[in-house]
Design a binder for this molecule. Structure first.
Ligand SMILES: [Fe+2]
Length: 296
């Protein structure tokens, strides 16, 4: 994941308007469709039994494995019938206020381009595979779909209080790296986890990371890692619980009391935490990405 998901470059390409939408989706070559298919197959080897059932059902409902990069128009029609969402093409990361505005109107902005064979394993900016495969299946779940809209609505308020970092942490620990309990077992629903082959196994099964029940207040005070596996994941009981915690939260009051910097380190476990698994942090202590440490 790129640095600053919420601080997109402000230099707008000349061909897009204030909504930052591309006039139409890219036409993909057969090579690019092949990249989608290979990424899709690779994920299907690791997701069953680790991904939340809402995600797996979403993949089915939208038939994302029908071959090639999905057509946004067709996807949007199907999503609209299910939850009233649509998928719209954008050229790159877009400015925060525009991103929030689209979410608040139930439009999910998805990167138009797809990675190349050279960047198959790691990309700087989220591409169409991360955005569509990772995010869109969850938008078929009615409660999750409402949560995403509420998140968008919360964005401008966070900007007014200059607490975007805190709201960004909530996105990070839910939409990108969230875990969920299903019949007592941990499953992943975050797009950052589900769109790559390594983190899904690490997040759900490894001994290193902490797994802590989510509290919105706690999460919004917690730092996170941008370019490595997370030292801590937050677990929700259900999407209803996540939605309720978010809409019932008095964000005005929270922002007035939040310090501008994060209070808790990304590997911290604090007294009030309801801990599902206390991590060994072995992966991190051995040096993390680039050190040759195994993600155990
Ligand atoms: Fe994402």
């Amino acid at each position: 994941m790129p640095e600053g998901v919420f601080t997109a470059p402000l230099k707008k390409p000349a061909h897009v308007g204030d909504d930052w939408l591309e006039p139409k989706q890219t036409e993909y070559s057969s090579e690019e469709d092949g990249i989608w298919n290979d990424l899709f197959s690779r994920q299907m080897e690791v997701l069953p039994g680790r991904a939340a059932s809402a995600f797996m059902h979403g993949l089915d409902k939208l038939d994302l494995g029908r071959g090639g990069v999905p057509d946004f128009g067709r996807l949007s029609e199907e999503l609209d019938r299910l939850t009233g969402w649509s998928v719209v093409p954008v050229p790159m990361l877009i400015p925060d206020h525009v991103f929030f505005w689209h979410l608040a109107n139930r439009r999910f902005p998805a990167g138009n381009f797809i990675r190349t064979r050279e960047t198959f394993d790691y990309i700087q900016e989220p591409d169409v595979f991360h955005d569509v495969f990772g995010h869109v299946p969850m938008l078929t779940d009615p409660v999750y779909a409402d949560y995403m809209q509420e998140y968008g609505k919360a964005g401008w308020k966070a900007m007014r209080y200059n607490r975007l970092k805190a709201l960004g942490a909530l996105y990070w620990y839910t939409v990108e790296f969230g875990l969920l309990l299903e019949q007592g077992e941990v499953r992943a629903y975050g797009a950052g986890i589900l769109s790559g082959p390594t983190e899904v196994v690490f997040a759900v099964e490894a001994k290193s990371p902490n797994r802590i029940m989510l509290s919105v207040d706690r999460v919004m005070r917690t730092d996170y890692v941008i370019s490595d596996l997370q030292p801590t994941y937050f677990v929700i009981e259900s999407f209803e619980d996540l939605y309720r915690q978010t809409v019932e939260r008095d964000f005005d009051r929270l922002y007035r009391n939040l310090p501008p910097a994060f209070t808790y380190a990304n590997s911290a476990v604090i007294d009030v935490d309801n801990v599902v698994h206390r991590g060994t942090q072995e992966y991190l202590l051995r040096g993390g990405r680039g050190s040759g440490a195994r993600p155990v």
